[in-house]
Design a protein around this ligand. Structure first.
Ligand SMILES: [Zn+2]
Length: 127
């Protein structure tokens, strides 16, 4: 659970770790993209019979992997950025200096300096 992780390691380290992991997903996605293009370029799909079906099936699997890897990158990255956007205490203005309540959704944060409480990691209401 993300709350427990934020509680154990401080917010700045948690955010850094999330960005690192999300870009690892993005790098994997790009590697699959290169593999996809390389298969089309060097192997091609001009075979007849079973090889044509096989190469198209492999390209299909790589395409699915590209979509899934990009989805994982985007989910982790956007959540980390959403939390970072709401990590500043509205009362005293300190950034990332808060404790979180473990095991709750949404994530409740309590400032370590002034005890102000707020919710992090949620879209702000617009309108
Ligand atoms: Zn504060």
């Amino acid at each position: 659970m993300q709350n427990r992780l934020i509680q154990q390691i401080k917010f700045n380290r948690w955010h850094e770790r999330q960005l690192f992991l999300s870009f690892a997903w993005l790098l994997s996605c790009l590697m699959c993209g290169f593999l996809f293009v390389a298969i089309i370029e060097f192997v091609g799909v001009n075979f007849s019979g079973i090889f044509s079906i096989l190469s198209i099936f492999v390209l299909y699997l790589i395409g699915i992997a590209i979509i899934e890897l990009f989805r994982r990158f985007w989910m982790r990255f956007s959540f980390a950025q959403l939390c970072a956007n709401s990590a500043t205490c509205n009362s005293c203005g300190s950034y990332g200096a808060f404790e979180v309540r473990v095991g709750t959704r949404p994530i409740y944060a309590r400032c370590q300096k002034c005890d102000h409480q707020w919710v992090i990691g949620q879209q702000k209401e617009r309108g």
